[in-house]
Design a protein around this ligand. Structure first.
Ligand code: BG6
Length: 514
């Protein structure tokens, strides 16, 4: 079916406009703020979703005034007629994040800016976005608290929200400590822990697909599903983040958050409603049902790899150990493949294969649901196992959409059949030509609306770490049970051991070739 033939029929829009609020971005001159956050706010503004009394205040250490900050951002947003009006809502302040005086000045400046915007202080919310290394979280949150900036009226209006980017600790203990520290100043409903994968269209669509349709839920279980694969592959290496990445490694960087979050959404039970905590309760329950890894079989269930020199799309790439800032003897993993089981009624015996890696042949994130073969073939001499089983692919990126493979008769007088792929791409149904919204647009809007559904709760973080910390511990202390860090050439789908892992179950990764 050509993608242009997909059409909406009817529809409900649950989009709500936020109350006036002021967004303060710490780390405002950094990469994330310039490349993602401010452009996302600009797009919300263009779609009429930034309240006319909302203002943005960038904070960073670099001395700049409002005008030079706006000039810096111009190249990231690109020229647009609306830019000057948007920029009139954007301010800048510089200072030292550890200095209480900076927060006193910030407090005064926010009052001034909101007064100029004619925003009623009794209802104007404030967001503090900490777009900076997590080592600074405790200091900044402490200072915000001491200066009264995060204090909320008991009624919750006006609200004060704090957005944090991962990493939330580097193991169970450090995550718990960070959480305890944050809770000295903030209540859980004020903390918005971002996982940008949850803002991606296809990831959000998992909930709609599963719980707003009748046809998927009856087959979404061990009776009909043979295995599920989640792949997050990237072409990039460590880029300019050598220091962070080499001490974190891929398991912390991608599994603790993005991959386990996607797994929870795909595998969780049906929540009682779409309320944030209903969904988050089910995600937590799912994480608690993951079978802990057995150290005796750890090296078979989890394969680690590190890229060596190779070539991607004709461009030579150096090996991980040759990247600037990476120690030449680093053992840090840049690839992980994992096989796990979920011990509950729904998923009994269904293997989940998860993998993620840097310097792979292409950038792709997808979830592949492989259904079981039909139980019996009436199309003799074809046997049941001769017919390709159904496959549902949720393409998270780069081409968001769905692919469903079914058996179908080929047109013609003879009975010939084969696997037919129905390929739907979101881009084909965007009517206004605006392009797919960036994940940060949705997440910033949700924070303005006080909706924590797509943000991660502290207990979920803790459970994710409970699952991964023993693995990290084995890797760090027990070479025998950990197994080797297998080399793989840049531009390949990871080490051979990662192909062998599902192959032992007679399952093969779906590797995209074009
Ligand atoms: C980040 C990781 O969370 O996600 C990066 O820290 C990774 O290492 C990035 O490159 C991938 O995000 P995306 O949206 O490009 O798939």
């Amino acid at each position: 079916m050509a993608s242009g033939e997909y059409r909406w029929r009817g529809g409900f829009c649950l989009e709500v406009k936020p109350v006036p609020n002021t967004i303060v971005i710490f780390g405002a001159s950094g990469d994330l703020a310039c490349r993602k956050l401010i452009p996302a706010l600009f797009h919300l503004y263009k779609r009429g979703l930034l309240h006319e009394k909302s203002r943005i205040v960038g904070c960073a250490r670099t001395p700049m005034d409002d005008i030079s900050y706006r000039t810096l951002l111009r190249k990231w947003i690109g020229e647009s007629e609306e830019l000057d009006d948007f920029f009139s809502r954007l301010h800048y302040m510089h200072g030292d994040y550890a200095d209480p005086e900076f927060y006193r000045r910030l407090s005064g400046r926010l009052d001034e800016i909101e007064q100029e915007a004619d925003a009623d202080p009794a209802i104007t919310g404030r967001i503090f976005y900490l777009s900076m290394p997590s080592a600074l979280y405790e200091t900044i949150v402490d200072r915000l608290g001491e200066s009264g900036l995060t204090a909320e009226d008991p009624s919750g209006v006006p609200w004060r929200h704090v957005i944090l980017e991962k990493p939330f600790g580097r193991d169970l203990d450090s995550a718990r400590q960070l959480d305890l520290h944050l809770h000295k100043t903030l209540q859980e409903h004020q903390i918005y822990r971002i996982d940008h994968y949850l803002g991606k269209e296809t990831v959000q669509n998992i909930l709609v697909l599963r719980f707003a349709n009748t046809i998927f839920e009856p087959v979404w279980n061990a009776r009909y599903i043979d295995n599920i694969q989640i792949t997050v592959a990237e072409i990039v290496g460590v880029e300019h983040r050598a220091g962070y990445f080499d001490s974190a490694g891929l398991l912390r960087d991608m599994f603790q958050n993005h991959i386990l979050e996607m797994l929870s959404l795909v595998a969780m039970e049906i929540p009682s409603s779409s309320a944030a905590d209903s969904i988050r309760d089910e995600k937590l329950k799912l994480l608690k049902s993951i079978r802990p890894f057995d150290r005796k079989t750890l090296a078979e269930s989890i394969i680690r790899g590190q890229y060596t020199a190779g070539e991607i799309n004709g461009t030579p790439c150096s090996g991980y150990r040759g990247e600037p800032g990476i120690p030449p003897d680093s053992e840090t993993e840049t690839f992980v493949a994992m096989r796990l089981f979920i011990d509950n009624w729904r998923w009994r015996g269904v293997p989940f294969y998860l993998r993620s890696g840097k310097r792979m042949p292409r950038k792709t994130s997808n979830i592949v649901i492989n259904f079981k073969p039909i139980p019996h073939s009436i199309f003799s001499p074809l046997k049941a196992e001769d017919l390709t089983p159904n496959q549902l692919i949720l393409n998270v990126q780069p081409q968001e959409g769905l692919t469903l493979t079914i058996q179908a008769k080929q047109p013609g007088p003879k009975l010939c059949m084969g696997a037919l792929s129905m390929d739907f791409k979101y881009a084909s149904i965007l009517e206004d030509g605006s392009g797919m919204p960036d994940a940060y647009e949705r997440l910033l809007l949700d924070c303005m609306l006080g909706d924590q559904t797509l943000f991660i709760r502290n207990d979920t973080i803790e459970y994710a770490w409970s699952l991964l910390t023993p693995i990290l511990h084995e890797w760090e202390t027990n070479a025998e049970s950990a197994g080797p860090v297998y080399p793989y050439a840049a531009g390949t789908w990871g080490p051979k051991a990662a192909e062998d892992m599902p192959a032992r179950d007679n399952v093969f990764w779906r590797n995209e070739t074009n």
